[in-house]
Design a protein around this ligand. Structure first.
Ligand SMILES: [Zn+2]
Length: 79
């Protein structure tokens, strides 16, 4: 194993102003993968309701920004 070749310093460059502004999520109703826009300027943690553009069912969306990456979770509303 050549683990020393794995340069962690270069894997996640920070501070270049390229925070993610979209994310792919799997719809909890129809299972389709949908790319949704997210807004890093609206806070490090956001929750809102958005309709699936494929099946039009409502998602409870949770968005969390951390160190230049975005983590998005969707769940059935009122599930
Ligand atoms: Zn759907």
């Amino acid at each position: 194993m050549a683990e020393d070749d794995f340069n962690l310093d270069e894997e996640f460059p920070l501070g270049d102003g390229t925070a993610e502004d979209s994310a792919d999520v799997a719809c909890p109703y129809c299972g389709e993968t949908v790319s949704i826009a997210v807004d890093p300027g609206s806070g490090s943690f956001q929750q809102y309701v958005e309709d699936c553009e494929v099946c039009c069912n409502p998602w409870q969306v949770s968005v969390r920004f951390s160190e230049g990456t975005v983590r998005v979770e969707v769940a059935r509303l009122n599930a």
